[in-house]
Design a binder for this molecule. Sequence first.
Ligand code: NDP
Length: 484
Amino acid sequence: MRAQPQASHFINGAYVEDTAGAEIDVIFPATGEVIAKLHSATPAIIEQAITSSLAAQADWEAMTGTERGRILRRAADIIRERNHDLSVLETLDTGKPYQETSVADATSGADALEYFGGLAASLTGEHIQMPDGDFVYTRREALGVCVGIGAWNYPTQIACWKAAPALACGNTSIFKPSETTPLSALKVAEIMIEAGAPAGIFNVIQGYGDVGAALVTDPRVAKVSLTGSVPTGRKVYAAAAAGMKHVTMELGGKSPMIIFDDADVENAVSGAILGNFYSSGQVCSNGTRVFVQKGIKEAFLKRLAERLENAVIGDPLDPETSFGPMVSEGQLNIVMNYIEKGKEEGARLAFGGARIDGEGFYLQPTVFADVTDDMTIAREEIFGPVMSVLDFDDEDEVLARANDTEFGLAAGVFTNDLTRAHRVVAGFEAGTCYINTYNDAPVEAPFGGSKASGVGRENSKAAIEHYSELKTVYVRLSDLEAPF
Ligand code: NDP
């Protein structure tokens, strides 16, 4: 098997196996080939991970921020040096084209380690002056053991987006990848050790939802950060609430993208492609409800179809390939069911719509036109390469329709009217908004959703608030009076 790791889990600086755990077959989505066999974590493995994480935390927090930051930045450098190999692994694990993984996965993980490594030395509390020389100061303290649970679409990035701010703040981190894509987080754990990290500060254990649930409910865990669907988010948030734990929830979406008549058609088409077909549509923030003003509709659909013909669908390991398979047969079937529903409910299939014959889980990039707000494909997250194009007449109407959803992850607008762009963005009920661009996610900027799409923010200085807490210390220099 061409991607078999030494063992399933990485705990306390070393690979660990327990073959009593349920088997996990790791499949290359382009061929269906089994590339590795792992085991889900048993209670004994979960216990080892938590014990080692707890044991490592105090010493890690006691190091200076500069020392912690240096280790994270070294890990970032090693990831960049090995970008090719890590990207090939990510492509084998997820099926995403190497053309994408080589610029968006290990590299964005490295960005997070470098960014939070750089911030680590500057994390401080503050001093607050009171009358008579008294004062208050705050200490910014780590939370303790932080658990990260990942989805399968960006395994390296999600592992690093959760571990980097946690570690920068002096926490230790346990990451459970999706069992669909378990391989690359193990490499990140190996690299941390090479970079000089003390054993136990970043442990990776594999498993199905039950392993995630065991971590979330363990009283020794202080914080849970989940990237996943809204239904899983509700369960994990509720379980974390029972233990009054800190949470970050990065959940699903059904984000709107509004294209006004005055937009540059070529840019708008680029935005719609980036926001619907990158990673074969398996991106949480995708703008899958594309509202197009009636005056530009025909030009938009024509140019979109022309550009979709240029998608290079094939072996994701070939650097020329720009569109790969779905992550799994199961996900492919979910998406095919949505395509059938779209047809049944009267949407017009404008492009694609079929499974591609042959091995692997390939599906054509798909566009539905004449979609209406009530159709299932306009209401539910599909998590595949299916774009819904809806018509609109004016700004007030489209904004109300764009916001008429339980989700609030992202939203975008394409227009050349500067005033309107900012007005529309101010009206969006979404955490991450775009003007004349779509799906950028640099580590320097906060990322996250509102409404049912999430709680808290990842990336940027905002993440620090979610991985540390302030202790307030009152200091009295003057005499202390009491009523008796
Ligand atoms: P799921 O919600 O199915 O799973 C997410 C993770 O949670 C998996 O590791 C899963 O394990 C685990 N899990 C499942 N049940 C529980 C439980 N009861 N307690 C603890 N952990 C549990 O999501 P997918 O993996 O299918 O990913 C797709 C979803 O992720 C989409 O909705 C997408 O929008 C969202 N997403 C959000 C992002 C964001 O930043 N906002 C980014 C990327 C994706 P297992 O896989 O074994 O079930």
